[in-house]
Design a protein around this ligand. Structure first.
Ligand code: HEM
Ligand SMILES: *[C@@H]1O[C@H](CO)[C@@H](O)[C@H](O)[C@H]1NC(C)=O
Ligand SMILES: *[C@@H]1O[C@H](CO)[C@@H](O)[C@H](O)[C@H]1NC(C)=O
Ligand SMILES: *[C@@H]1O[C@H](CO)[C@@H](O)[C@H](O)[C@H]1NC(C)=O
Ligand SMILES: *[C@@H]1O[C@H](CO)[C@@H](O)[C@H](O)[C@H]1NC(C)=O
Length: 600
């Protein structure tokens, strides 16, 4: 093993024309010992001199040179703790048991456990970033950086991923083409639909706003969480341009009597459209890239209508309030509604848990939970869920190709909210994990993600497995139950410990009947729940009716659903959900009972 390490080190030196490699007496004494990632169990590697290191095992529950010797309680915990796969199995089976648990105090107990166990994996306050692999004031304080859960691979390592693997990583285009490019559309067995896919994209791009103009590893979304910046803009100037400055409302336009986001001519904010699209056809939205897809325009329209609807309700309650207070209070309600829908419907659907999830910040009031959040680079890499996208878009009897769909400003207004919701709710999305399922139109985004992770020197997939208390894989075969993929990976990477983070997440063997593998869930859920519950509105000072304009506003937050978001803001109430209908509903059956809607 040692000699293969030296051999790969040598391969790199050869590229650099290092004379030491020309003889067979290799002097690799300058290899930074932290390149071996010697410190286990969250221990911190500190280099001393040229070839010495120490692991700081403080409060890890382990000691010894590499933090590998468990203290008594760590040993007990290690022994008693069921594996994530066992816990997942229990949470997704035994319907009868969960029906009882859902109705008792055990629901709260388990929900609290889910939240605290997940959030405890995310350091708070945040730690590293792409420039600082050690704690520093700058990485704490400069919020223009995405944070990092694991520090970058040191610069002076023999291989790009430390000491394992080849000196040169596989060509990203080749990697994506051979392993990620879709051959034949594979649907998500959990039945996620495009309503889910566009919600995912719309929701997450309020806090994933990579800002490469500042440099790699930076973000433009400085609030680092659920701030509804995708509705209101990520800065005050943009917000002011989007606001009507009357009754707290946002600007809008009417098309055939229906409310839509205003045009850029009326709300002068910069939107990313191809050159040649005139301001009169560009929609002005908080997030500058949401002109890209009608699915994003749809959610922008729904939230715009919801904002203005809530403003009317608040104004009726508080006729003395000025525009500013109506706006600000409505924004908090919109943030609360978002978190409610995300936890109780979006995460509920995605998890497949039979435990009925609950958005109730009071669950954490007696726990040592830190409010606040910092978005991590790993979270942004992890959320590249482009396999969700289908091969074409089926709307109201039409089939739209990507070229007819992308940046087409008239799809939204041509079909309108009701038809788009009905269509997106009925069209199944692709399975995210398992490989070979990204439509060729978006594979270049995956190539970009892989390139970014290399430039930012992200640690190998197995290091992240360990960081999230998962067992590192010992072979490609164990990692992906698929012979062909294992063979390809063996050839491309040579060593399971050199497999990269993002390909690891997308190619890991699937949990049976689900949308992706263990790692996506076990790494994604902590980021997600920490971000959702870390919002200031969830803190004891904020979480009370007065923050939301009184009981009426508080009730709106606590009863928000996807269906209400659509059906209180549209004329008819189409089938709306994050999954396709179990059986295709017939046209004679109404899916709803919101009163003011006609048969669809
Ligand atoms: C047809 C649909 C889609 C297209 C055309 C598309 C296109 C893109 C493009 C061009 C980028 C920027 C890549 C770069 O700058 O290197 C991007 C980034 C990203 N996309 Fe998509 N995407 C689509 C759907 C989705 C969906 C459904 C999700 C689900 C969550 C998603 C998640 C992301 C994420 C997390 C990023 C990184 C954002 C950032 O860091 O700023 N995308 N996508
Ligand atoms: C600690 O890790 C280093 C590098 O991986 C290894 O060489 C050494 O033998 C380990 N020490 C112990 C006590 O396990
Ligand atoms: C418990 O929650 C699960 C998941 O939401 C659901 O399928 C089940 O019907 C619920 N049971 C009760 C009694 O609420
Ligand atoms: C954050 O760091 C970047 C890169 O060093 C720098 O350009 C920027 O000004 C810093 N931001 C603040 C608020 O100091
Ligand atoms: C844009 O969408 C409209 C409505 O679906 C369609 O009629 C038109 O052909 C599309 N435009 C392009 C350039 O594909």
């Amino acid at each position: 093993m040692k000699s293969s390490v030296l051999a790969s080190a040598c391969a790199l030196f050869l590229l650099l024309r290092e004379p030491a490699c020309l003889g067979d007496e290799v002097t690799s004494k300058t290899v930074n010992p932290c390149c071996h990632f010697p410190c286990q169990h969250w221990g911190v590697c500190v280099r001393y001199g040229l070839d010495k290191y120490e692991c700081d095992c403080t409060r890890t529950g382990y000691h010894g040179e590499n933090c590998t010797i468990p203290e008594f309680w760590s040993r007990v915990r290690q022994f008693l703790k069921p594996s994530p796969d066992v816990i997942h199995y229990i949470l997704t089976h035994f319907q009868w048991m969960w029906e009882i648990i859902n109705r008792t105090f055990l629901r709260d107990v388990l929900m609290r456990l889910v939240l605290t166990a997940r959030a405890s994996l995310i350091p708070s306050p945040p730690t590293f970033n792409s420039k600082y692999g050690y704690l520093s004031w700058e990485s704490y304080y400069n919020v223009s950086y995405y944070t990092r859960i694991l520090p970058p691979v040191p610069e002076d390592c023999p291989t790009p991923l430390g000491v394992k693997g080849k000196a040169v990583l596989p060509d990203p285009e080749l990697l994506v083409e051979r392993l990620l490019l879709r051959r034949k559309f594979r649907r998500d067995p959990q039945g996620s639909n495009l309503m889910f896919a566009f919600f995912a994209q719309h929701f997450t791009h309020q806090f994933f706003k990579t800002y490469n103009r500042m440099g790699l590893g930076f973000t433009k979304a400085l609030a680092h969480g659920v701030d509804a910046g995708h509705i209101y803009g990520d800065n005050l100037a943009r917000q002011l341009n989007l606001r009507l400055h009357k009754d707290g409302k946002l600007k809008y336009q009417l098309i055939d009597g229906e409310v839509y986001p205003p045009t850029v001519a009326d709300a002068p904010v910069r939107m990313s459209y191809p050159s040649g699209v005139p301001p009169e056809s560009q929609l002005a939205i908080g997030q500058e890239v949401y002109g890209l897809l009608p699915g994003l325009g749809l959610y922008a329209t729904l939230w715009l209508r919801e904002h203005n609807r809530v403003c009317d309700i608040l104004k009726a309650e508080h006729p003395t309030w000025d525009d500013e207070q109506l706006f600000q209070t409505t924004r908090l309600i919109i943030i609360g509604e978002t978190i409610h829908i995300v936890i109780e419907e979006y995460v509920q659907h995605l998890s497949g848990y039979l435990l009925q999830l609950k958005f109730d910040p009071t669950l954490l009031f007696n726990s040592p939970f830190q409010y606040g959040n910092r978005i991590a680079l790993e979270f942004s890499q992890l959320y590249h869920w482009h396999p969700l996208m289908p091969d074409s878009f089926l709307i109201d009897g039409d089939e739209l190709s990507y070229s007819q769909f992308i940046f087409n400003t008239s799809v939204l207004t041509h079909y309108g909210v009701e038809k788009l919701v009905a269509a997106f709710s009925r069209q199944v999305a692709g399975q995210i994990g398992g490989g070979h399922n990204i439509n060729g139109v978006v594979t270049k985004v995956s190539v970009g993600a892989v390139k970014e992770s290399r430039q930012l020197r992200m640690q190998p997939f197995n290091q992240y497995r360990k960081r999230f208390n998962l067992k590192p894989y010992t072979s490609f075969k164990e990692f992906t139950g698929n012979e062909e993929i294992a063979r390809e990976l063996e050839e491309l990477y040579g060593d399971i410990d050199a497999l990269e983070f993002y390909p690891g997440l997308l190619l890991e063997k699937l949990r049976p009947g689900t949308i992706f593998g263990e790692s996506m869930v076990e790494m994604g859920a902590p980021f997600s729940l920490k971000g959702l519950l870390g919002s200031p509105i969830c803190s004891p000072e904020y979480w009370k009716p007065s923050t939301f304009g009184g009981q009426v506003g508080f009730d709106i937050v606590n009863s928000a659903t996807l269906k209400k978001l659509v059906c209180l803001n549209s004329r008819t109430c189409p089938y709306v959900a994050f999954r396709i209908p179990l059986e295709e509903p017939t046209h004679t059956r109404s899916d709803n009972n919101y009163g003011r809607n006609k048969e669809l």
